[in-house]
Structure formats: structure tokens, C-alpha cells
Design a protein around this ligand. Structure first.
Ligand SMILES: *[C@@H]1O[C@H](CO)[C@@H](O)[C@H](O)[C@H]1NC(C)=O
Ligand SMILES: *[C@@H]1O[C@H](CO)[C@@H](O)[C@H](O)[C@H]1NC(C)=O
Length: 409
């Protein structure tokens, strides 16, 4: 092994141990691994990156066998995607759902932890109104197929919605779904309740800010200190928009008679770059949003209406995706460039280490996993090595905060 590979391995070892033995950081956030790009690193390299970041949950937009294979024997939980293009055929033919699962899910179980299938993305309220009526039947087909195959206990079935499904979101306690979608959402809620699966929403306070930068307080959308707002019905105080959006969804669900369904954030994020008319899309704001978001996740706090229920969040996204259509912001949501360099700093705590991919592509997820389970008496040696590495400033991107956290624990 080249010296740099040894150091790289030591860093990985440290990052792994810092979670399993030292309890320094528990970054329990999920991440969206989108692949609409022609320059992304191989899935096995991505597996290394994600494990070293301690990301233990990944959401895909498809069921890419290369990705699922690369994460075999890792501790990472997957939500995989069943694209909108499948909805029609699966809604009418349950056997199609069954063969899809046999082809895309079963071969990877149990080595890769696929725990959820996301059937369709942002279907309701989307422009293809035909799909609206296919959504629930497709979800039911997938669920029935999982039951037939004996997998329904380990793999959940859900769908991710955009916030356009809300007709009213202010104040949060008055949240309600759009009238024209109620006939579709009501039975989907019954489905969630019956099969005990979560309700997923893609929530972007950024959109609210971009559409109205003069009126929407940037501090309120970026989780920065601000006076916030009080819900006049409940008297609950909101100091950030994401919490208000989540509680509006809980209220809308409650209007339809359900208080038994958990809301999770399947996407949220902030672009580091945008077109001239996309206010707020800067690396600074993206770093503040995602850094504060991760801090919030780490604190395991719920929303004002559900303070006891920590919010389960998938950040959008792992990489900038150069082939995504639409405004420039769409191609600039990544925490990382495709070469593994961070796009921006994440807050003063420096939650995300900077990594350059090792030239040794033999390092893979199962390899790291083995390293993580090394006995903890290695920790002292590693700390000394780290001191050495810091002193030669080998990895400038690993922040000093990491060291002070380690000493405090
Ligand atoms: C990962 O490494 C293990 C052992 O070193 C090897 O058996 C496995 O085939 C590798 N997987 C990939 C996807 O490279
Ligand atoms: C990675 O890519 C970005 C964007 O293209 C570039 O600015 C940066 O210098 C690259 N980093 C390395 C280490 O090559």
C-alpha cells in the first residue's frame, strides 16, 4: 500500500471508530443518492465515502443493481425507487409488481438492507394527472407481492409527495390537502395506516424563499435565530419553516382522520448555485441550511406539535448532478462534487469531512465494516497518529472541532 493509502485507511478507521467506540458523532441522517450525471464515482467508491461519513441510510431513485451490490454487507439501509413509468402497468397487473421485486429486490436480500420501496415520486399534484389514479393500486400491488414473497415484514411500501399536495399550510395547525387530491390521498392514508408505513414528503423551504425573497425571512428558512411566528390556533411557536411545513402535513393528515401515521422528510436541501432569478442559491446559504439541519437532526428534536417524535430526514443530495434538466439550481444541490470534494463548508462544526477518493479501488464497504469492528484499544494509537497527521496538515478538511469533540467525550 502506498503511504497515502495507509493514511486514508487510518482516517477511515478513525471515522468508523469515532462512531462505534468513541461516540463522538452519530450522524443519523439519510441521503439521497441521485445519479442523473455522467461523471459520478463508481458505486463502490461511493460506498466508501458514505460509510466514512457515517451515513447509514440512503435513498435511491431506482434499484440500480451496481449500487445495491456495492453496499452488500454494509450497515446502510436503503429506500429504493420504483419509477413513475411503472405505475400504470403495476396498477393493473400485480404479477408485474411481483416480477419486479423478484428481479430488483430479492437478489440483494439480505446482504443489502433494502427496507423500503418508494412507489412513484411526487405523483400527486404533478402534471401527469393520469398517474394520480394509478398510484395507490400500484402501491397495493407492490405490497401484495411482498406479502406473497414473505418480505412484507422487512420491506415497507410508500410514496414520496411534494408539498404542492397541500392546499393550505398556514398556520401549521390549519394545514390541509388540496381539494382535488383528497379523493386520492384519503385511501392512501388508509393504506399507510393498515400496513404501518410512513408518509414521505419532499420539503424545500428554499422554494418558498426563492419565490418571495422580499417577504420570507432568510433566517426563518435557514434555521438561524429569528423571532419566528406563533400559530394563533395552538399558540405554538415556530422558529423555522421546515418544522412548520412538517406540522402542516400532520394537520392535513389529521383532518382526514389519522393520527397514527408518521411523517418523514424524504428530501430536503438547498442549492449552492442557481440562475440569476433564483434568489438565495449560494454556497454560503446551502452550507448554513444543511449544517443547521444536521445539527437539528443530531439533537433529535421533534417539531413544536410533535416534540417527542424526532424527524427522520434524507438530505438532498449527495452529489451535484450535471445532467438534471431545469434551472441551474437543479444541478447544484449536492454536498459533494463528483470528485469527492465538498461543495461548501457545513457550518462551524464541520460535520462533513473532506475526502479525496483513494486510488485503491479495492477498498470497499465490507472492508471498512471489518475495520470498524477492530477492538477499541486501538483508539489511543489512532489518536496519536491523527495528531501526527494534523501536525503535517495532511487532511486540511478534517476540522478541529472533530478533535475537541473527541476530547470531550
Ligand atoms: C469487497 O471486498 C471483499 C473482501 O475484500 C470482496 O470479497 C468483495 O468482492 C468486494 N466487493 C466489491 C463490490 O468490490
Ligand atoms: C473537484 O471538482 C471541483 C468542481 O469541478 C473543483 O473545483 C475542485 O478543484 C475539484 N477538486 C479536486 C481535488 O480535484
Amino acid at each position: 500500500m502506498a503511504a497515502s493509502t495507509v493514511l486514508f485507511t487510518i482516517i477511515l478507521l478513525f471515522l468508523g471508530l469515532s462512531d462505534s467506540s468513541l461516540q463522538v458523532q452519530s450522524l443519523s441522517f439519510g441521503i439521497n443518492y441521485g445519479q442523473i450525471a455522467n461523471n459520478l464515482p463508481s458505486p463502490s467508491r461511493v460506498a466508501v465515502l458514505l460509510q466514512s461519513l457515517n451515513v447509514n441510510r440512503v435513498k435511491l431513485y431506482d434499484a440500480d443493481p451496481n449500487v445495491l451490490q456495492a453496499f452488500a454487507n454494509s450497515e446502510v439501509d436503503f429506500i429504493i425507487g420504483l419509477g413513475n413509468e411503472y405505475l400504470q402497468s403495476m396498477s393493473t397487473d400485480p404479477l408485474k409488481a411481483q416480477s419486479w421485486i423478484q428481479q430488483h429486490v430479492q437478489p440483494h436480500l439480505p446482504q443489502t438492507k433494502i427496507t423500503c420501496i418508494n412507489v412513484g415520486n411526487e405523483v400527486l399534484g404533478g402534471t401527469n394527472t393520469q398517474l394520480w389514479s394509478y398510484l395507490l393500486p400500484a402501491m397495493q400491488s407492490v405490497y401484495r407481492a411482498l406479502v406473497n414473497l414473505g418480505l412484507s415484514k422487512q420491506v415497507a411500501v410508500t410514496t414520496a409527495h411534494s408539498l404542492t399536495i397541500l392546499g393550505n399550510s398556514y398556520p401549521p395547525s390549519s394545514g390541509s390537502f388540496r381539494q382535488d387530491l383528497a379523493q386520492y390521498i384519503q385511501p392512501i392514508l388508509s393504506f399507510h395506516s393498515q400496513v404501518n408505513s410512513p408518509f414521505l414528503i419532499n420539503a424545500y423551504p428554499y422554494f418558498a424563499y426563492k419565490d418571495n425573497p422580499a417577504e420570507v425571512s432568510i433566517e426563518y428558512v435557514l434555521f438561524q435565530p429569528n423571532s419566528g411566528m406563533v400559530d394563533s390556533v395552538t399558540n405554538l411557536h415556530y422558529d423555522n419553516m421546515l418544522d412548520a411545513q412538517i406540522d402542516a402535513v400532520y394537520s392535513a393528515i389529521k383532518v382526514m382522520g389519522h393520527s397514527d401515521i408518521e411523517v418523514r422528510i424524504s428530501e430536503t436541501g438547498w442549492p449552492s448555485k442557481g440562475d440569476a432569478n433564483e434568489a438565495g442559491a449560494t454556497p454560503e446559504n446551502a452550507g448554513i441550511y444543511n449544517g443547521n439541519l444536521m445539527r437539528k437532526i443530531e439533537e433529535k428534536k421533534g417539531t413544536p406539535a410533535k416534540p417527542q417524535v424526532p424527524i427522520d430526514i434524507y438530505v438532498f443530495a449527495l452529489f451535484n448532478e450535471d445532467l438534471k434538466p431545469g434551472p441551474a439550481s437543479e444541478r447544484n444541490y449536492g454536498l459533494y462534487y463528483p470528485n469527492g470534494t465538498q461543495v461548501y463548508d457545513i457550518g462551524s462544526q464541520g460535520y462533513l469531512p473532506q475526502l479525496t477518493f483513494s486510488a485503491d479501488s479495492n477498498i470497499n464497504a465490507s472492508h471498512i465494516h471489518l475495520q470498524v469492528s477492530e477492538p477499541s484499544h486501538c483508539v489511543h494509537i489512532i489518536m496519536c497518529l491523527l495528531e501526527l497527521i494534523y501536525s503535517v496538515n495532511f487532511l486540511g478538511g478534517v476540522r478541529h472541532a472533530d478533535r475537541s469533540n473527541m476530547k470531550n467525550s
